[in-house]
Design a protein around this ligand. Structure first.
Ligand SMILES: [Zn+2]
Length: 314
């Protein structure tokens, strides 16, 4: 995992703070709105406004890449959609990149397909000079608006709950351990649905058992931060998040072992009762899409010229 010493660079402009806090109803973006001890800022002085891309050398380089690729020409470190309010616990996992927010898989697929079509358009349209032929990207209306929490573990034994999910360590698989926080290798994390339904959250899905494999939960836990048809409620720039997430793929680490227990709302109990499901952490699926987008979005006007030349010769 790449760590980024962001703290000294995380300087949101003071006039941004009230707007960001109000846009999230004065709650931490990752905490459940229902927990009494949740993060109402009036009662909590450990909250902070986190910047997706900040003014660190790495952040500024990421911003330059974003601008060169024309992903969000008007976006800047001070843009409102570069900020998320976080409680101290969630800042501690997002700041060093233990959890990374990334646009949903289907949105990465939309971006890839859009870019491939758009590139063909720019190659074919030789009437327009390459330097005037700008890249286009899907608008937020064309995306699902979900941002997924990528678990890049290994995790410390203090993992905060996430909106809609209770998170704890489990002793499953470590017979004889009498301390539930005892570290195992790899570590084990248990996810449980919150009993109360939480809006605008995507919970892990469960793949039923087959003849050849056990049931499996897929940790595609996502937060709806940009409802496609409500521009006034768009909270986060997906291209900034994509750029940020690119900084974290390809790390040399062993992800945590993760387990999931669904809640049966009709029977009012957790199912299955005893044995939590193994969690499939779909990091690979994000990684290849992110790397593909980095390669596609890094193509320059010179690359476009070369491609046009090749087309003219053929
Ligand atoms: Zn929080």
């Amino acid at each position: 995992m790449h760590t980024d010493p962001k703290d000294p660079y995380n300087y949101p402009a003071r006039d941004t703070l009230p707007n960001v806090r109000n846009a999230h109803n004065k709650h931490c973006a990752l905490c459940s709105p229902y927990r009494d001890w949740g993060c109402l800022y009036e009662n909590d002085d450990s909250w902070e406004i986190w910047q997706v891309l900040n003014s660190s050398p790495k952040g500024l380089a990421q911003l330059r890449w974003m601008k060169a690729a024309n992903l969000a020409p008007h976006f800047d470190v001070s843009s409102a959609d570069n900020h998320l309010p976080l409680c101290g616990d969630h800042a501690d996992v997002l700041r060093p990149g233990k959890i990374v927010l990334c646009p949903a898989l289907e949105d990465l697929d939309v971006m890839i397909e859009f870019e491939e079509n758009d590139w063909n358009r720019r190659v074919q349209d030789s009437e327009v000079a390459v330097h005037e032929s700008s890249r286009r990207v899907p608008s937020l209306k064309e995306l699902s608006g979900y941002f997924h929490c990528l678990w890049l573990g290994p995790q410390p034994n203090n993992v905060p709950n996430l909106r809609g999910l209770d998170v704890s360590f489990t002793e499953v698989g470590q017979p004889g351990a009498d301390d539930e926080h005892e570290q195992t290798f790899p570590q084990q994390v248990l996810f449980e649905e919150e009993i109360r339904m939480v809006p605008n959250v995507r919970l892990p899905t469960v793949q039923p058992a087959t003849e050849t494999s056990d049931a499996l939960a897929r940790l595609d836990h996502g937060l709806l931060l940009n409802p496609p048809n409500k521009p006034s409620m768009w909270r986060l720039n997906p291209y900034a998040c994509l750029t940020h997430a690119l900084g974290f793929v390809n790390g040399a680490y062993i992800p945590a072992d993760m387990l999931y227990r669904a809640y049966d709302r009709k029977k009012k109990c957790y199912v299955p009762d005893v044995v939590p499901l193994r969690v499939l952490n779909p990091l690979d699926e994000y990684e290849w899409r992110l790397l593909k987008l980095r390669r596609l979005y890094s193509r320059t006007a010179s690359d476009l010229q070369l491609q046009r030349n090749a087309k003219d010769k053929s």
